[in-house]
Design a protein. Structure first.
Length: 130
């Protein structure tokens, strides 16, 4: 015998509760990752999260990204260097030409030029820690 149980939910309330859990979990995982690498003598670099096309459809992604980036920029993760990738990979404010040269059409993955941009941003600061 199969029974159906109708459920209703307040998605906003559920999301807000989840978001309060998601950001601390992301930061905890980043701290763990950096701590493990540092235990083995590695120098670590924390990168901010660049804007994503999905943020236009799901504003909670935008808020989560901003909160994680703020924590990274405030050095709440023990690392040797922070590189603000968010500043060097424009999406919404980019021209169509910039967007096409940096981003794949999905707005999540990068084109070779986008990866080169990330590499330049890191290499311009990496001498501070090596």
């Amino acid at each position: 015998m199969c029974q159906l149980l109708p459920l209703t939910c307040d998605t906003t309330r559920i999301f807000l509760r989840c978001q309060r859990l998601i950001v601390p979990r992301i930061l905890s995982n980043l701290r763990t990752l950096h701590a493990i690498a540092r235990q083995f003598g590695c120098k670590t670099v924390a990168l901010t999260i660049p804007e994503l096309a999905a943020e236009r459809r799901q504003p909670q992604i935008h808020e989560t990204r901003l909160r994680v980036n703020e924590a990274i920029l405030q050095r709440k993760i023990d690392c040797d260097l922070v590189v603000d990738i968010d500043k060097v990979l424009p999406l919404a404010k980019a021209t169509q030409v910039q967007r096409m040269s940096i981003w794949e059409p999905d707005g999540l993955h990068l084109q070779p030029e986008g990866y080169d941009t990330v590499a330049r941003a890191i290499s311009s600061q990496i001498t501070q820690v090596i």
